[in-house]
Design a protein around this ligand. Sequence first.
Ligand code: GSH
Length: 214
Amino acid sequence: MKLYTFFRSSASYRVRIALNLKGLDYEQVPIHLRRGGGDQLQPVYTRINPQALVPALEDDGRFLTQSLAIIEYLDERYPNPPLLPAPAPDRALVRSMALVIACEVHPIQNLRVLKYLKDEFKHSDDDVNHWAQHWIDLGLAALQEMVMAAPIRGRFCFGDTPSLADICLVPQLANARRFGCDLALYPKLLEIEANCSTLPAFAAAAPEKQPDAE
Ligand SMILES: N[C@@H](CCC(=O)N[C@@H](CS)C(=O)NCC(=O)O)C(=O)O
């Protein structure tokens, strides 16, 4: 398997965690998102992902894109350990936690969105940081409430097993730090992050551990 990835990309980070949790070997193909205007925009990569976003996973000659689709593919193809709980309502809850991050927060603080705010609308770096912090805070506050209200509570977002929700949370917290969010507001999420960081699958997926880290 080949993962087209960038060390600092939180969507790539999600897939790295999932691959590690499944114990799968994979080769990394670095796609630098800034150098030379961005490798993701080069035709050699947009033929793989027409959205010009990382990650992409190559498996058995097929290219898959969208981190959550890739992770669910891995979960279906390599079911152990499962990344979603078995009961349907619990699966729906864990997916909804993951989607708070993947649908509502991350897309509107992504590199190209922030670049558009700066280039097209002439917003300052401070404005753009403020924008990112606002949407990250809204999502993390909601996620913390969802975790606290979940019918099963434990070391992770849902019980004592890492799931898709934790896979989305940990990279988003790294992102939030880059934007200077006040994470002290989210003690439960920080506790979960600390528990995740004790697992080799999460630790090895961290941005600073990647071969393309700067
Ligand atoms: N929904 C997509 C998001 C992918 C995405 O936004 N990737 C970012 C890095 S985290 C990217 O490639 N950004 C490049 C850009 O904004 O030009 C997924 O989950 O895979």
